[in-house]
Design a protein around this ligand. Structure first.
Ligand code: IMP
Ligand code: MG
Length: 184
């Protein structure tokens, strides 16, 4: 098998169809919760970009986007622990309904950092949407208001999620085996 097709050996955890069905449900839930209001979806680059683009189209509310970027995982599977803002919001969030959109809620360090940062700007409301939740890994006390799927402690790639920046474009979410051959 060529290096390009290495992901085909990674088992599928959720297929593209399963993800779309779940994202549609989350969109309906958000529509109901914010009925008659508008929301700002704030995506955490880069992992949440694909989830945000599907979630935004599953919502029929008046909706705008913004993006932030934080320092997160390096090349490997482990976090450095420190969170740093690399790209700030473009627009003020004061008095707006903010939904922070993230690919995975893992240790919670990223979202706890962003939540406390955003709260200082006095949004009208602040909620979190995470496609995946790994509750067993939590170090910070934070939960998502909208969760696609709750999963055990496995490293996953695809649908925006990467290993060393690769595999973000896979349409499915796949499990990356801990003994996956060295990827270069
Ligand atoms: P946290 O600060 O530990 O909650 O980290 C969340 C970030 O870690 C996510 O936005 C992902 O970028 C990354 N991450 C955590 N688990 C995985 C995984 O299984 N695959 C890919 N990235 C992950
Ligand atoms: Mg991320």
């Amino acid at each position: 098998m060529s290096q390009k097709d290495i992901h085909k050996t990674f088992p599928v955890l959720y297929s593209g169809e399963q993800i779309q069905a779940r994202v549609a449900e989350l969109g309906r839930q958000i529509d109901a919760d914010y009925y008659g209001q508008s929301v700002v979806l704030v995506g955490v680059l880069k992992g949440a970009a694909i989830f945000l683009s599907d979630l935004a189209r599953a919502v029929s509310l008046t909706c705008t986007f913004d993006f932030v970027a934080v320092s997160s995982y390096g090349k490997g599977q482990r976090s450095s622990g420190a969170v740093k803002l690399i790209k700030d919001l473009d627009q003020p969030i004061e008095d707006k309904n903010i939904i922070l959109v993230e690919d995975i809620l893992d240790t919670g360090l990223t979202l706890a950092f962003l939540r406390s940062l955003f709260e200082r700007h006095k949004p009208r409301s602040l909620r979190v949407a995470a496609l995946l939740d790994k509750p067993s890994r939590r170090l910070e006390q934070i939960n998502a208001d909208y969760v696609g799927f709750s999963i055990p402690n496995h490293f996953v790639v695809g649908y925006g999620m990467d290993y060393a920046e690769r595999f973000r474009n896979l349409p499915d979410i796949r499990l990356m085996p801990p003994d996956a051959p060295e990827l270069h």
